[in-house]
Ligand binder design. Structure first.
Ligand SMILES: Nc1ncnc2c1ncn2[C@@H]1O[C@H](COP(=O)(O)OP(=O)(O)OP(=O)(O)O)[C@@H](O)[C@H]1O
Ligand SMILES: O=c1ccn([C@@H]2O[C@H](COP(=O)(O)O)[C@@H](O)[C@H]2O)c(=O)[nH]1
Length: 232
């Protein structure tokens, strides 16, 4: 079982697939799935996307730098939202972010992260990389390295990596294992090339799983390859 896990959650984990906003039903499901791994006493960091609010590239009439800043703020909103949901469910968490100065958000300081883990907090990393032109996949790779995670689990809406987008091609074939090199060479769109590259350089394996299948998150943390594993 992995002891230090960085979980990248799609913003759509809050809204349901293809949706916007926050769904009570989805949040109940999310808490149930998180409780299964939180009880294992692992050090858990979470990076949340903002697909349920804004993705920069979806805002067509905006300059990309502007749109991306809205996206990054969306990730902070999601982190705060999740902190509140966790609180109501007896789960201790803390929001850290390099981009905003708000009373419930702590500035990102590497030296303190371990103390939050030791005190039993889940650390919610908001604000992405703090730079436009990236996505939260790259932020997840960065934060995973910074917290010395054993694994980066990307919990998304497909069962893993396929040779082409399975949402568009019915005949797409799934890989159980793939190297970073192959993922980059084949320009696999499930995650940014930058994220694959950071993980490759730092020898951090990635597990891509379908978040919407009950029990998948627990299995991934226990080390089962239920989706696709990216490694050397
Ligand atoms: N080769 C591929 N294998 C698997 N999925 C692929 C592939 N190419 C494209 N995809 C698409 O990538 C999507 C997952 O990435 P996406 O960025 O949309 O989600 P996310 O990062 O989980 O969400 P968010 O933007 O909210 O963080 C899947 O829905 C899938 O359709
Ligand atoms: O480092 C980052 C991270 C995110 N953004 C912007 O936020 C949105 C939401 O993130 P997703 O990973 O797509 O869910 C993203 O589309 C970017 O617009 C950013 O600029 N920099």
């Amino acid at each position: 079982m992995y002891k230090r896990v960085l979980l990248k959650l799609s913003g759509e984990a809050f809204s349901g697939e293809g949706g916007k906003g926050f769904s009570e039903e989805m949040l109940t499901y999310l808490v149930k799935e998180i409780k299964k791994i939180h009880n294992l006493n692992i050090k858990l960091g979470i990076v949340i996307g903002a697909g349920n609010i804004f993705r920069g590239k979806e805002l067509k009439d905006f300059r990309i730098q502007m749109a991306d800043q809205l996206g990054m703020l969306g990730t902070v909103m999601n982190s705060l939202y999740l902190k509140n949901v966790f609180e109501k469910n007896g789960i201790k968490s803390i929001v850290v972010s390099p981009i905003v100065n708000l009373p419930s958000v702590i500035p990102l300081k590497y030296d303190f992260i371990e103390q939050y883990f030791e005190a039993g907090y889940i650390v919610l990393f908001g604000g992405g990389t703090s730079n436009p032109l990236f996505t939260t996949d790259t932020a997840a790779a960065l934060r995973a390295i910074e917290m010395s995670a054993d694994i980066l689990v990307k919990a998304t809406k497909v069962d893993g990596i396929y040779d082409k987008d399975p949402k568009l091609f019915e005949d797409a074939k799934k890989y159980d294992n793939i190297t970073y090199e192959q993922a980059i060479k084949e320009q696999i769109k499930v995650m940014d090339t930058e994220a694959f590259s950071i993980c490759e350089k730092n020898n951090l394996s990635i597990s891509i799983i379908n978040f919407f299948k009950e029990g998948n998150l627990l299995k991934a943390v226990e080390g089962e390859n239920i989706g696709t594993k990216v490694s050397h």
